[in-house]
Design a protein around this ligand. Structure first.
Ligand SMILES: [Cu+2]
Length: 268
């Protein structure tokens, strides 16, 4: 068998041009020959412990070499299946064992999805997003996200402008204000003035989102606007999370956006 875990057809040029964009990203424990394994976390709310996992290569060996992307070798996102409890964290790699870990405690019960987002070592390697679910015991109070373009966090009000359109790259602009005034003291975080994660409601597929504009220099500040290009694979509801940094502290603003079908008359 010569599979190496890579599905040649997944990247082939067959079918309509847009079909590649329909392959959901980040909904599988394996992709590109890599496997998310050994996921361990506290089992109940309020139990202090550790979150840990490994990324295995096609031979089953833990991966210890990565390519830095957005200033980190690996990004970890944890979110409950209803979109609540979003956390974007950066665990530490134990190079000897290939185990990523960080201290962890759950605030609320439920079924969570953990994403490991990384670029393998090697020239021209493409980013990989793996995910696994984790169940946390306790009393569950699920939420039902409704469309929302404004988010308040620690006195910052962040507003989202732009529309998601299925199958097309859309520009989304986020504007940060405090006390009714534009915030121009945004600090670089992960190679931009903000980091946006977008998930599809229903399967929590992970969208590719790119910051627009030049990478800011260390020590520079920006704002109040941050622009991103995001592609929604299908019509439907999306959960968006903006991490931004002011005064050395990272905060997360949350949004819910419905993606429209591609405009009528646009043949493909
Ligand atoms: Cu990250």
């Amino acid at each position: 068998m010569e599979t190496h875990g890579e599905d040649q057809n997944a990247h082939g040029g067959t079918g309509a041009g847009a079909s590649a964009a329909h392959a959901p990203n980040g909904v599988s424990i394996d992709a590109g020959g890599f496997l998310l394994a050994q996921l361990s976390a506290p089992r109940a709310v309020g139990e202090p412990g550790e979150l840990s996992f490994q990324v295995l290569d096609a031979s089953g060996d833990p991966v210890t070499d990565y390519t830095t992307s957005h200033e980190r070798e690996l990004h970890t996102i944890v979110v409950r299946s209803d979109g609540a409890g979003f956390r974007h964290v950066h665990p530490t790699l134990d190079e000897a064992s290939g185990t990523w870990s960080l201290p962890w405690e759950w605030d609320a019960a439920g079924s969570y999805r953990l994403y490991a987002d990384f670029t393998p070592a090697g020239d021209g390697a493409e980013g990989v997003t793996l995910s696994r679910s984790i169940n946390v015991a306790g009393e569950l109070s699920p939420v039902d996200p409704e469309p929302s373009r404004s988010s308040e966090v620690d006195g910052f009000v962040v507003t989202l402008d732009g529309e998601l359109v299925a199958g097309a790259a859309s520009e989304l602009t986020l504007t940060v204000e405090r006390d009714g005034r534009p915030v121009t003291a945004l600090e670089p975080y992960l190679g931009a003035f903000g980091h946006l994660v977008a998930l599809r409601q229903g399967d929590l597929a992970f969208l590719h989102v790119h910051p627009e504009g030049e990478e800011p220099e260390a020590g520079s500040t920006g704002g109040p606007e941050i622009a991103f290009a995001a592609t929604a694979p299908t019509p439907g509801r999306y959960l968006l999370y903006l991490d931004f940094q002011v005064d050395g502290e990272v905060r997360t603003a949350e949004f819910v956006l419905d993606a429209a079908s591609a405009a009528a008359g646009e043949d493909h």
